[in-house]
Every structure is written in C-alpha cells, then in structure tokens.
Design a protein around this ligand. Sequence first.
Ligand SMILES: Cc1cc2nc3c(=O)[nH]c(=O)nc-3n(C[C@H](O)[C@H](O)[C@H](O)COP(=O)(O)OP(=O)(O)OC[C@H]3O[C@@H](n4cnc5c(N)ncnc54)[C@H](O)[C@@H]3O)c2cc1C
Length: 376
Amino acid sequence: MPQFDSLVVGGGFFGLYTAELLRHAGHEVLLCEKEADFMSRASYVNQARVHNGYHYPRSFLTAVRSRANYPRFLKEFPDCVDRSFTQYYAVGRHYSKVTARQYYRFMRSVGADIEPAPPRVRRLFDFDHVEQVFVTEECAFDPVLLKRAMVARVEGAGVVCRLGTRVETLHQTAEGGLRATLETPTGAETVEARHVFNCTYSQINALARRSGLPVIPLKHELTEMALVGIPDELRGIGVTVMCGPFFSIMPFPPRGHYTLSHVRYTPHFQWEDRPGERTLDAHGVFDRAEKTTSFPYMVRDAARYLPVLTQCRYVESLWEVKTVLPLSETDDSRPILFARDAGLRNYHVIMGGKIDNVYDMTDEIKKVLSGKAMDA
Ligand SMILES: Cc1cc2nc3c(=O)[nH]c(=O)nc-3n(C[C@H](O)[C@H](O)[C@H](O)COP(=O)(O)OP(=O)(O)OC[C@H]3O[C@@H](n4cnc5c(N)ncnc54)[C@H](O)[C@@H]3O)c2cc1C
C-alpha cells in the first residue's frame, strides 16, 4: 500500500499551498483533487478581490489580518494580480451598517489609505443613495495565473498529484496512521499517511460524514457571480458599496469582463452543516440546483447607486457554493478555520474564508509539524 507522510485532500488554492509547504518541510506528499483540474471550484469562481481590509469595517481582526496579508500576497504573486484599475468603496446613505464617517475612521485606524474620490468618479454616483465615495488601494488576482504558478511550484517541489481522484473515506489504523480510500479513474485504491489535511472547502463535512467524523458547523450559499461587459465610464474602475444589502462590480481578470455581485441576489439559497444533524454533500446540492440568473434584479438595484450600470451587458454567470463560518454572520468576518486532530489523530481541517488567509494558515501548519500545541 502506498505510504505518504501527508495526504492533502482538495486541489484548490489552499490544498496546493498546503501541499507545497509540507513538501518543503520534508514530507512525502500526495495531493488528491476530485475534479479534472486544479483550482476549478471556489478558487476560480469568486470575485477575485485581494482583500486589503476595506471590506471588513465591522471586524477589526479581519481588517487587520487582511492588511497584513495583502502586501505578502502581492510580493509572492506579483505576476498573478491585476492592478490596472482603481478600487472605490462607497458607503450607502440608507440601510448601511456603518456611516461614511465611521467607515473612514475605522479604515484610518487600521492604517488603510483612504481619501474621498475625485469629482469625475463622484459624478457617477447618485448621492441620494450614497453618502460618500472613497478611493482605496486594492487589486484583483487572476485565478488562472495563480493556478499556473501554484501547480508549477507544487510539481517542482515533488508533490505527487492525482487529478480526478476523490478521497472517499478516512480511518485510523491500529498503528495510529490514517488510511484513505480513493475513487480514481481506474477504480478504488487505498493509501496511508501520517497526516491528512482536509482542504475541501464546501466539502469538508461530506468527507467527515462518510468517515464518521465530527461535523464542523459551516454555512453554505449557492452563489451567482454575473459576468458583465461594462460601459466606458467604468473602465479602470471597481466599485463596492458598503455595508449592507449592496453590491460590488470589479474586473475578473481571466475573462476580461467584470463580476457583478449583490449581497441580496448573489446568494440564491443557503443551508448549514450542524453537528448532530444530517449534512448535505455541498457539490451534490450544487449539481442539482436550478441556476436561473438574478442579474436583472442585481443590476436594477445597483443602478440606483451607480446609474451608469443600466448600460451593463450581461455575458453569463459563474456559480459556486460559498462556505463561511456561521459565526461570521454577525460581523462578516473571514477568519481561517484550522481544526487540528479533528476527530482523528493527525487529521486536520483547513478552510480559508478568503485567498490571502493562506498566510494565517502557515503558522498553524508549522505548529502541527513541530508538534507544538495550538494557541488557545
Ligand atoms: C462567490 C464567491 C466569491 C468569493 N470572493 C472572494 C474574493 O473576492 N476574494 C477572496 O479572497 N476570496 C473570495 N472567496 C473565497 C475564496 O474563493 C475561498 O476562500 C478559496 O477559494 C477557498 O479555497 P479552497 O482551496 O479552500 O477551496 P476550493 O478552491 O473549492 O478547493 C477545494 C477543492 O477540493 C476538491 N474536493 C472536494 N472534495 C474532495 C474529495 N473528497 N477528494 C478530493 N478533492 C475534493 C474540490 O473539487 C475543490 O477543487 C469567494 C468565494 C465565493 C464562492
């Protein structure tokens, strides 16, 4: 039976990054991805924002961690980011959970650059609905370039990669190792590893359930990102209206279009994994779900704030399950989930709420490898 030091389940950005880290620590690593390609699920279908704190005026910790991770991401992946546009954050006049003054002061308190937007940009907004517009410093990542960079790194490091290979179940062996059954293109296989890292995002509990392991509370949403062609006035501009039932429009580098998302219409429905209750296979829910675009609702509402949006041209929609921690509901925070020994010795669960959270994960992995206790 093949034996590895570590098995990484899931070839999204977090799985690839974890696999490389483990390999550099001297582990023989097997990385299994059930889809035909790496980074084809949430790591591709997302808004591609490299967060720099501006999205989190209600969570000091997430804003501060984003600000710490942003320059690290730009430094590590300079060729995978699109900095060709300026990101503007507006604050809604009605229904916003923060005022423009609170927003400005909060961003200053976390050290973020923030200034009122210039008149040529302000003119695009309807100030009956928007209280203030700020110019900020934020960019987008290109998930296709990021995938290429990460796959080259992982393969260069000598990680054994298996595409089209689904990890079905995990069990502890009598010797204290972990045995995994795999569903591969050529049939079922079994492998053993000392450590297993479950980096399957929305599928974390699907693997746990099949293996009789504890369920981690997670909230899932079926989400739609509308890809749109933009009018000339919006070229070189990204806009996010905070902080409530508003919207974002910004470049999606791999397609050359913009993504339009709306807090009210992007999630089509939601469900939760709760310990003690039956959990659903999130990708199974995704496959069965009816996917009818909400673009007309998104654009009609968003155009009240940014009237030029009526000239957007709908191209198509990208769909994916978005997974967050239920605790994030209150303050919209995006901490990393790192559950060590999550029901079996040396079985660890990792879920990054956003791409730059990989840097919050690396310390935890290093602690696992050095056998140190986790922080309380
Ligand atoms: C609509 C939306 C918008 C978002 N916007 C942003 C944003 O603007 N900025 C940002 O930073 N973050 C954003 N995010 C969050 C970001 O996309 C995720 O944090 C990140 O992609 C998670 O990476 P991952 O590797 O954990 O998950 P994934 O990329 O989903 O990777 C998990 C992989 O595990 C595989 N898998 C599942 N089960 C198994 C199994 N049993 N065996 C083998 N393989 C398996 C899956 O096929 C998948 O490829 C957004 C997410 C969504 C859905």
